[in-house]
Design a protein around this ligand. Structure first.
Ligand code: MN
Length: 196
């Protein structure tokens, strides 16, 4: 695992995002792997889905955000692996820096793969990940699958599977506009953190 792309894009004298490192893998991990989603108002608003796999947070940017409806699907563009420490990040990335703008910790929890004991990078490379989310906001069975890969860009679909009942509101991003970490809105994060 490497965080090289993550480190190359950022200047850690300027941004308060964690430099982080690849977490040492233990042979036996008794706890469940974690999942988070950031709501990130950079050049365009999007939601960053992150799954802990092989000591890093594998990441996808979802422009429209998740939707709690198995009849709907959402585009998810694969982005660079983020450090495990990023699971706690919330704040404002300064102007001029990569991803400049407020980033809210919108959801957090754990997940488990549906058909196997744990995901590795090989499962990400295979292009299909089916898992059960136990977040504060997102719950139930979801799938990520890759449909296009060219010039180093990977396009995936993120959707709820048909097998699930539908817990929670359909328009989940509208229903839950606040941070799961600080209960702030995007506007409040911008106001509080923009200058410090
Ligand atoms: Mn982002």
């Amino acid at each position: 695992m490497s965080l090289r792309a993550y480190h190359q894009k950022r200047s850690f004298q300027k941004t308060k995002e964690p430099r982080g490192e690849v977490k040492a893998l233990r042979k036996r991990v008794s706890r469940k792997p974690i999942y988070v989603i950031h709501k990130h108002d950079a050049s365009h608003m999007h939601y960053d889905l992150r799954l802990e796999i092989d000591g890093v947070l594998k990441s996808w940017a979802i422009p429209k955000g998740p939707i709690n409806d198995p009849e709907e699907r959402r585009l998810a563009a694969r982005t660079e692996d983020h450090p495990f420490a990023y699971r706690l990040y919330e704040g404002v990335i300064p102007a001029g820096e990569y991803g400049a703008g407020p980033s809210m910790l919108w959801d957090r929890g754990t997940y488990h793969p549906l058909h196997q004991s744990g995901f590795t990078s090989k499962d990400v490379a295979s292009g299909t990940l089916e898992f059960v989310l136990k977040g504060k906001k997102l719950k139930g069975t979801w799938v990520l699958f890759r449909f296009k890969s060219e010039k180093g860009k990977e396009l995936w679909i993120f959707k709820k599977t048909k097998k699930d009942p539908m817990p929670g509101p359909r328009d989940v991003i509208k229903a839950f506009p606040r941070s799961v970490k600080t209960n702030r809105t995007m506007r409040e994060i911008l106001r509080d953190d923009a200058h410090g």
